[in-house]
Design a protein around this ligand. Structure first.
Ligand SMILES: [Zn+2]
Length: 368
């Protein structure tokens, strides 16, 4: 191992220890994020290590940024699947995916070039998926115990149930380190994921491992007839619950229970932001239930307050399951987002250039 590589490693370890010791949860989360991590390491290395091997550090940064978009088929106007799961349990049913089928989904996604990103990063356009790969967002509704279950093993030690969603995701990530365990769990009030003794551990585990906690209302309320006060109370109570267990964490995503909105359009702003007692909330993403891949966040028609999801279930669910859409991407009847690897640039083929959001500065756009 060359000396400079060794220093990189050491600095990486030092950085992780520094970040883990700080109380700001946002920082903890962004440590999962390769871009922030790599950039910080490279920057520190350049400062401390300049006399040893400045040129090599600069070369590594160049490597991240410069790719031939044609070679990777980059298209950052393509669409993204936000996958929707509910139960992970036997038997397979409309709102249940079996553990084996969930493993199969992850394997298929991985092999076909999909890589999980955080919902917040999708909604805000901060996409650092490696070049040539397609971002995908994993979501789980209702905080079911089979999403995150603790069990006692034969030696009496408590472990994460390897058949629960979090157990399966972490195991898959361990075997495929370039497949981050990013997923958002939309919880209701009461005891998220069951097992009241473990709520604090579970919520903190999610955040510390690059997963997110989303809002699904305190009582899983159908919002059709709800008034402004009720909506803010339903959402604010979840913010309070999460703050109690994970003080630095901001819940900033919301999945509509039953996919339903208030009938009054004038109330829709409360789905995005509001306040209740001692808390405020602001959502970068409001998720619907149906039914197809949604726009690139850089697309002029993207609206974070109306993001549509894809049912993660066996193929041929009315032709709109995840495998149907993966087929559509392969056949070309839908266009798939393919990343340039750089979160700061929007790279698109010329024929898609007219769809780019006009707010994106010219210097960040790369048309080829
Ligand atoms: Zn639900």
């Amino acid at each position: 191992m060359k000396l400079s590589k060794y220093l990189f490693l050491l600095l990486g370890v030092a950085l992780i220890m520094t970040v883990a010791g700080c109380s700001d949860t946002e920082d903890l989360v962004s440590d999962q994020d390769n871009k922030t991590y790599d950039e910080s390491v490279s920057k520190d290395s350049q400062d401390l290590d300049a006399s040893i091997d400045e040129e090599e550090s600069e070369e590594e940064i160049e490597e991240i940024q410069e790719i031939d978009p044609e070679e990777f088929g980059v298209n950052e106007m393509g669409q993204v699947m936000v996958l929707m799961y509910h139960h992970i349990r036997e038997p397979e049913a409309e709102w249940s995916r079996t553990p084996d089928n969930f493993r199969k989904d992850l394997k298929n996604l991985y092999e076909q070039g999909y890589r999980p990103i955080r919902l917040e990063d999708y909604a805000t356009g901060n996409i650092n998926t490696e070049p040539g790969k397609t971002p995908v967002v994993l979501t789980f509704d209702d905080g079911n115990q089979n999403n995150f279950n603790m069990i006692e093993d034969d030696s009496g030690e408590w472990i994460i149930d390897p058949e629960s969603a979090v157990g399966i995701l972490m195991d898959f990530h361990e075997k495929h380190p370039d497949f981050d365990p990013h997923a958002t769990f939309f919880i209701n009030g009461g005891t998220p994921f069951g097992q009241s003794d473990w709520v604090e551990y579970k919520l903190n585990f999610l955040v510390e491992n690059g997963m997110d906690i989303g809002n699904h209302t305190a009582t899983h309320l159908h919002l059709g007839d709800a008034d402004a006060e009720t909506i803010q109370q339903e959402l604010g109570r979840i913010v309070q619950l999460v703050k109690k267990y994970v003080p630095g964490y901001e819940v900033n995503t919301f999945a509509l229970p039953f996919g339903s909105r208030p009938k009054e359009n004038s109330l829709w702003s409360y789905l995005v932001r509001g306040e209740y007692e001692d808390v405020n909330y602001e959502h970068v993403a409001v998720l619907e239930v149906g039914w197809d891949p949604y726009h690139s966040p850089h697309h002029k028609d993207f609206d974070g307050a109306t993001i549509r999801r894809v049912r993660a279930s066996e193929t041929k669910v009315d032709g709109v399951g995840m495998y149907d859409w993966m087929d559509s991407f392969d056949r070309g009847s839908r266009t798939r987002y393919i990343s340039d690897g750089n979160p700061d640039t929007v790279t698109v083929p010329e024929e898609f250039a007219d769809r780019i959001n006009a707010d994106i500065p010219d210097e960040n756009i790369n048309i080829y």
